[in-house]
Ligand binder design. Structure first.
Ligand code: SF4
Length: 155
């Protein structure tokens, strides 16, 4: 069975910074129907951050810049949580490697999981989160649930 990494909040785990989830109701069933084993994963928790936690945004770039040491992840109280975000991304990449996952379906606009967009300085901008950037560098295809729903693989 092939494994897909999925942002845990998309399949109902209450791991968001505010203690809530953002479940996409059809996602779990559709993935199972397509023969996937779901590797539900929250990189921010894996990086050692608690739930609930302060919301955070990338300052000075995108996820790739964070990995390259050129940008930081800061909470709304200006606490630097870059290390936790990078640790979580590294754990996601390790999971993808050991499970053979070639696909990840992640939550857009998150500083970890953002696929096409992220929040920066209070605005939604084009970009990817730290975990997305590292997974892509490792050759994993990263999509939003909405993108996957119209992908030939999901039909
Ligand atoms: Fe969801 Fe990713 Fe944020 Fe965890 S880090 S709550 S999986 S968007």
């Amino acid at each position: 069975m092939r494994t897909v990494l999925v942002s845990a909040c998309l399949v109902g785990r209450r791991c968001r910074h505010d203690g809530d989830h953002c479940e996409v109701p059809w996602l779990r069933e559709k993935l199972i129907r397509k023969g996937y084993e779901i590797g539900a994963f929250c990189p921010e928790e894996a990086g050692g951050l608690p739930t609930p936690r302060s919301s955070a945004q990338i300052a000075g770039g995108g996820g790739g810049a964070v990995l390259d040491g050129e940008a930081a992840v800061l909470t709304r109280d200006d606490i630097d949580v870059t290390r936790a975000f990078v640790l979580g991304a590294e754990e996601a990449a390790r999971l993808a490697s050991v499970s053979g996952a070639e696909l990840a379906i992640l939550k857009d606009r998150s500083p970890s999981c953002g696929v096409r967009e992220i929040w920066r300085e209070g605005l939604v901008v084009s970009g990817e989160g730290v975990t997305t950037a590292l997974l892509r560098r490792c050759g994993v295809r990263v999509m939003t649930a909405e993108e996957w729903s119209v992908d030939p693989d999901s039909r």
